[in-house]
Design a binder for this molecule. Structure first.
Ligand code: DAH
Length: 339
């Protein structure tokens, strides 16, 4: 009997369990009414009188030991240690998939990087704007159609609070608190009240560039545009400027690049013209400089703005604008891995 008790003490000391059910099974095995320890207590009757004292002490010790061991295992399990003991550190890990950069981010970064090489630094402004920064300071007449409810999302309670329709608003903000030389590039999201289709969305992205200094000329603008087009679309790219109108530039132009799908020969993408339009630009209207506190008799500047989606379409031939905001992994995973 004494040997049996000693064996059980050793056995119980070495017990391990990692699951609730295992601990319960051990409790039943040793401590329940029909358990091993109870049956030893039953056998106690047969122990000769002279051994009763010694065996009794050992038996009580065994019971206490079993009780405290089970409690210890329970505590370990509740602290979460049990499961961890089972982790197999040699197991092959689950594959962690690397994310990819969004095509809009890739192109935005590339545009900013190219202008960065020309000395432009990044500026940002708020998406919720006021009339002054989006329209009035930029020389939009009171009745200009772009202020119309058709295009602009207004915040319900105030016609003065709106979602910016272009990143030209960042020009206003920077010119208001900076004197030239100013050389900034402003990427960001813009909003227009458009029906969503494969070729239009109610939000999209633009990059605005602004250069203001003494003696800035249209030739400087043209040179920057040519440099950008070649860096972005390849050294063979040609540009052409068409006269246009924007309230905030005078003169204004739109820039086309030779279609990089057909090399200018004509294809469905360029509607057989060999050219695709990619941005608006011009010399900053003196009214805009003055409205922002920059003396137009001393300084001049150029500005340009382009849609990032448009440039991205040209680069990656994405035919449906909605794909940029649907977060379909099959689409997104085709682009460069983020690192
Ligand atoms: N803000 C114009 C738009 O959203 C784009 C633009 C045109 C920006 C000419 C300019 C510019 O800075 O000079 O359509």
């Amino acid at each position: 009997m004494i040997d049996k008790i000693k064996d059980l003490v050793a056995e119980i000391e070495a017990l391990k369990a990692n699951k609730k059910e295992e601990i319960e099974a051990l409790r039943i095995k040793y401590l329940s009414k029909k358990g091993e320890i109870s049956s030893l207590f039953n056998d106690f009757r047969n122990v000769p009188a002279e051994q009763k004292k010694e065996v009794g002490m050992l038996l009580n010790g065994l019971k206490e030991k079993a009780q405290s061991k089970i409690n210890e295992l329970k505590a370990l399990f509740e602290n979460g240690a049990g499961e961890n003991d089972l982790v197999d550190l040699t197991r092959t890990p689950y594959p962690v998939e690397l994310g990819t950069r969004h095509p809009i981010s890739i192109v935005k970064n590339e545009i900013c990087e190219i202008f960065g090489r020309l000395g432009f630094s990044i500026a940002e402004g708020p998406e919720v704007e006021d009339d002054w920064h989006v329209f009035s300071a930029l020389n939009f007449a009171e009745d200009h159609p772009a202020r119309d409810m058709q295009d602009t999302f207004f915040i319900q309670r105030s016609p003065d609070v709106l979602l910016r329709t272009h990143t030209s608003s960042v020009q206003t903000r920077v010119m208001e608190h900076t004197q030239p030389p100013i050389r900034i590039i402003c990427p960001g999201r813009v909003y227009r009240n458009e029906a969503i289709s494969y070729r239009a969305h109610c939000f999209f992205h633009q990059v605005e560039a602004l250069y203001v200094d003494k003696n800035v000329s249209f030739a400087d603008l043209k040179q920057a545009l040519l440099f950008f087009a070649k860096e972005m679309f390849g050294a063979d790219t040609k540009i052409r400027l068409r006269p246009s109108y924007f309230p905030f530039t005078e003169p204004s132009a739109e820039m086309d690049i030779s279609c990089n799908l057909c090399g200018g020969k004509g294809c469905p993408f360029c509607k057989y013209t060999g050219w695709v339009e990619i941005l608006g630009c011009g010399m900053v209207d003196p009214n805009v400089l003055d409205a922002c506190g920059i003396d137009s008799s001393i300084y001049s500047g150029y500005a340009l703005g382009m849609g990032i989606e448009r440039v991205t379409n040209l680069k990656y031939q994405v035919k449906d604008l909605r794909m940029f905001s649907e977060n379909d992994q099959r689409f997104l995973q085709q682009f460069e891995a983020a690192h």
